[in-house]
Design a protein around this ligand. Structure first.
Ligand code: ADP
Ligand code: MG
Ligand code: MG
Length: 246
């Protein structure tokens, strides 16, 4: 089954076209990477997939589990199983990580999560991410270091257990140890039912992961797709030469 099908997707913000015909299919169980230069529209693609209201889809369609979702709200998309880790996670002063997560899970699962079970799930996820329990008492992303923000995103993902995880530059600003831990946690979430879309600039993150396909994204569209070797070629050649040689 194809979990995600993006068909000739065009989208704009404030009348400015950013996505110019994106076609992408991710079968259930596969992890795909999107790589592309700054400003090519990668983050826009992730926002449009989750239904950010600032962006307008002007053409094309997005099918999730075989159903068109372009008219659905971000909340509905999340409940269907879509998850986005933002390139720049937003802080929520006044709301502790624990309370935030409890509410997110309640919304997605449609029922209260029993306190003891919740604590256990959170503690297990924290341990896997090499994080301390008191981290959850802090306000969400408030004064977090770059690495803490990214760990927190992965923590959310591991509790939410989404069908589709879109991770926008989850590896940016991480030291080598944090990168390895985050990569291990991402890889551990691979399953035959779950798909992932990883947006990254670097081959390094991908080297830790099972990646089924890499897409080179330039000017709001996928210009080239291939296997994992593409990331290495890209690092050696750069975008312009890679596309010219192809
Ligand atoms: P990437 O993630 O690949 O670096 P983005 O999706 O963030 O690219 O941005 C794609 C393009 O959209 C850029 O040229 C950026 O300047 C433009 N853009 C983003 N937000 C807005 C906005 N609010 N108004 C106009 N242009 C925008
Ligand atoms: Mg960028
Ligand atoms: Mg971006």
């Amino acid at each position: 089954m194809n979990l995600l099908e993006i068909k000739n997707l065009h989208a704009e913000i404030d009348g400015k076209p950013i996505l110019n015909g994106v076609d992408l299919v991710i079968p259930a169980g596969q992890s795909h990477a999107v790589m592309g230069p700054n400003g090519s529209g990668k983050s826009t693609l992730s926002y449009v997939l989750l239904g950010h209201p600032k962006y307008t889809v002007t053409k094309g369609d997005i099918l999730f589990k075989g159903e068109s979702i372009v008219d659905k709200t971000p909340d509905e998309r999340a409940r269907l199983g879509m998850f986005l880790s933002l390139q720049y996670p937003t802080s929520i002063p006044g709301v502790t990580g624990l309370n935030f997560l409890k509410n997110v899970l309640k919304n997605i699962r449609g029922q209260d999560v029993p306190v003891r079970e919740f604590r256990k799930e959170v503690n297990e996820a924290l341990t896997k991410l090499d994080m301390k329990t008191d981290f959850m008492q802090r306000y969400v992303n408030d004064g977090f270091s770059g690495g803490e923000k990214k760990r927190n995103e992965i923590l959310q993902m591991s509790l939410i257990q989404p069908a589709l995880a879109i991770l926008d530059e989850i590896d940016s600003g991480l030291d080598v140890d944090a990168l390895r831990i985050i990569a291990q946690n991402i890889e551990a979430m691979r399953s035959s039912e779950r798909s992932m879309l990883l947006i990254t600039h670097y081959q390094r993150l991908l080297s830790y992961l099972t990646i089924d396909r890499i897409h080179i994204f330039v000017g709001g569209t996928i210009r080239m797709s291939g296997g994992k070797e593409l990331a290495k070629q890209l690092e050696e050649s750069g975008y312009e030469r890679l596309l010219q040689e192809a």
